[in-house]
Design a protein. Structure first.
Length: 158
């Protein structure tokens, strides 16, 4: 699980509701939005990242967004967290067990115990490092997407 906190200050004459609605539209393009609860000053959002039509989602996120309007300035404050999506967990678990099953085939990685050598350990270690690196990268994606959405709002209204 990774904590997300992003904010942006935009100088604009647009109303708070206009900016909030446009921000929500941009989020719906960037993420697969599952649930939105609107309030007077913002909204709460449950969404998943990953390709729009992809089977495997990368990260599930829960965020609270607050949109505050002063004279000619709108502040957007986002906080929440992202965690690994269940589909990603299932795919990596399946991949890991597939590597173990391939190890049972003759002439491949030996995972039977006594004959297992350093090369087999190295293969499993590299595979494990790849999984941890990729999961960390994928749960960091939502924060980068949120920053890109806020920058595009700044370009549109600023």
């Amino acid at each position: 699980m990774k904590y997300i906190e992003v904010s942006k200050k935009i100088k604009t004459k647009a109303t708070q509701k206009d900016v909030q609605d446009r921000f929500l539209q941009r989020l719906e393009k960037a993420f697969k939005v599952e649930n939105v609860k609107k309030s007077k000053t913002g909204f709460s959002l449950v969404a998943k990242s990953g390709g729009c039509k992809s089977l495997i989602r990368h990260a599930a996120m829960n965020i609270d967004a607050t949109v505050k309007k002063d004279k000619d300035t709108v502040r957007i404050l986002i906080s929440g967290h992202s965690k690994m999506a269940c589909s990603l967990l299932v795919s990596y678990t399946t991949l890991f067990f597939l590597v173990l099953v391939v190890g049972l085939l003759p002439g491949s990685i030996e995972t039977s115990g006594e004959d297992s050598g350093a090369l087999d350990t190295l293969v499993l270690l590299i595979f494990g490092i790849f999984i941890f690196y990729d999961i960390n990268k994928k749960i960091s994606e939502p924060e980068a997407y949120l920053e890109a959405v806020l920058n595009s709002l700044d370009v549109e209204y600023g």
